[in-house]
Design a protein around this ligand. Structure first.
Ligand code: SF4
Length: 171
């Protein structure tokens, strides 16, 4: 691995069952600009907070795990450090693990701005699933899986890139 760079995280869940299917390593990005009303994790908003973590160490730890079958980028918003998360995604894909990413941006907004925002295009090319959109307190629903509010969608990123529009994951 060539990068010895760091990503800013608010935390890591080592074996999560609630951030996508199966047992997953979850990297919680530090930094979010969306300011959703009713956000459950306001400590993750500051772009300067959290902790800088060595990406190659994260990747190495993931590859050493015999238990996890996927990796999830959550937040905060991973899109604010998309260049860093795309590097991690690329390495994790080599180990055959699928990648989910949570973001407050909509898929349409990301598509429209992917060429001007650092790392967005690369991240899209290296993840499997995007759970998109801001948390909407009025549409909060504890009964839906893997999402905080009903407006958020679980999108198959590679199918959506081919179609040029959001395609939901088949359940
Ligand atoms: S996108 Fe997530 S972390 Fe950011 S304000 Fe909204 S709920 Fe909070």
């Amino acid at each position: 691995m060539e990068s010895s760079d760091f990503v800013r995280l608010s935390g890591i869940a080592y074996e999560s069952l609630v951030n996508g299917p199966g047992i997953r390593r979850v990297l919680f990005a530090q930094g979010c600009k969306h300011n959703c009303k009713g956000c459950f994790n306001q400590d993750t908003h500051s772009l300067e907070g959290g902790e800088l973590v060595d990406m190659d160490k994260i990747i190495c730890d993931i590859k050493k795990s015999f238990i996890i079958n996927g990796v999830t980028f959550s937040g905060g918003d991973p899109l604010e450090q998309a260049d860093k998360f795309s590097y991690i995604a690329k390495e994790v894909k080599k180990a055959g693990l699928n990648i989910w990413t949570y973001t407050g941006y909509t898929f349409e907004y990301i598509l429209e701005h992917k060429d001007e925002k650092k790392g967005w295009k690369e991240l899209l090319n290296n993840i499997d699933v995007l759970v998109d959109g801001k948390f909407d307190e009025g549409k909060k629903d504890d009964t839906i899986r893997f999402r905080g509010s009903a407006n958020q969608r679980i999108i198959d990123v590679q199918k959506s890139l081919i179609a040029g529009k959001a395609v939901g994951v088949e359940s």
